[in-house]
Design a protein around this ligand. Sequence first.
Ligand SMILES: Cc1cc2nc3c(=O)[nH]c(=O)nc-3n(C[C@H](O)[C@H](O)[C@H](O)COP(=O)(O)O)c2cc1C
Length: 395
Amino acid sequence: MKPTQIADGIYDVGVIDWNIRDFHGYSTYRGSSYNAFLIIDEKVALIDTVKAPFADQLIGNISQIIDPKKIDVVVSNHTEMDHTGALPKIMALVGADKPLYCSKLGAKNLAGHFPDKWNYHPVKDGEELSLGKRTLSFIETRMIHWPDSMFSYLKEDHILFSSDGFGQHYAGFEKFDDQADSEMMLQAKKYYANILMLYAPRILKLLEKVVASGIQIDMICPDHGVLWRKDPGKIIDAYFKWSRQETENKAVVVYDTMWKSTETMANAIAEGISSTGAMVKLIHIRSSHRSEIMTDVLDAAAVIVGSPTLNNQMFPTVADTLTYMKGLKPLGRIGGAFGSYGWSGEAVKMVAAELEAMKFTMIDAGPRLQYVPDKAGIEACIDYGKKIGEAINAR
Ligand SMILES: Cc1cc2nc3c(=O)[nH]c(=O)nc-3n(C[C@H](O)[C@H](O)[C@H](O)COP(=O)(O)O)c2cc1C
């Protein structure tokens, strides 16, 4: 692949992974990219690498610009292996004695991944590295989203190399926001919902710190997907909104079902919600990936979850969804539980307990109907939906 020149003397030498669909349990829909950046100055710097199987492609891309042996400095913004898998090959090529810049925890975590004795240069927040005409400044972003994460900011060019921040799983030759279609924003939302939502309070603080510092950002270069050069403010504004957990007048009704009784209830609840003017999205869990569900939860004011009772438990896929959701920490949502049962009917209480544990504001004890819902049962579900819609509209 031909490297993309992103500014004078600065290149994206990363690779496209067109066919990845399952990224540690996240469904990527249309692949991803592992971006890595080469800065040609008096010192030549490489920022981040790629997944191990793509190491030779990375080396081939760098070689189109410069002999990789001429790289003087390697920077690792994040230890996760989609960005460091190629480090052993890269360091062997450039020379294991060359400095490897990373955060303090980066040095610790890289040592926990690779046995190689590299020449680690741990940096503090705000520390700078002169490359000659240009200066890299390091910004600690601990727990966004690993303990070792940091950003690197190229001061003279106003370029922020933001690691996984502002990224999207998006494979394409369109490298910039002005070339990619609207899909990019949706993928950025999905990325935030599934990878970053649990760190929303930290991200908000970081965004506020960056804005307060007054640094100029002309381009944001994440390690996945499209680079933001036309309108970096657009993704920064979106991150502010998502980090404040601002929601739309919208509910998601998420359910699973064996014989469609819980599905009938879900439809009636959605009808009730919709009758109040609030938006509603109905999601059958086994027809959707959990990462798609979370993308909808990100801006939903209400999360209503339905499950039949199976062997005295909630349905296993509902437990999967709730476990995943709980870890991602959506805050301040309206919650509701419902479901059909046969004889013991434990599921609805169990679902409600999980939503309560997430500190959702619960709307009553949700409908729990025996076997196939009758007319009165369906009416009760519509009424429940209306209550949810009214609570959404009252926010
Ligand atoms: C394999 C199996 C196990 C079940 N176990 C229970 C149970 O432990 N307690 C209960 O109340 N109902 C149980 N049921 C009954 C279902 O909850 C009931 O049929 C319900 O209406 C199914 O809702 P659905 O159509 O949304 O799947 C079981 C049903 C099946 C098929």
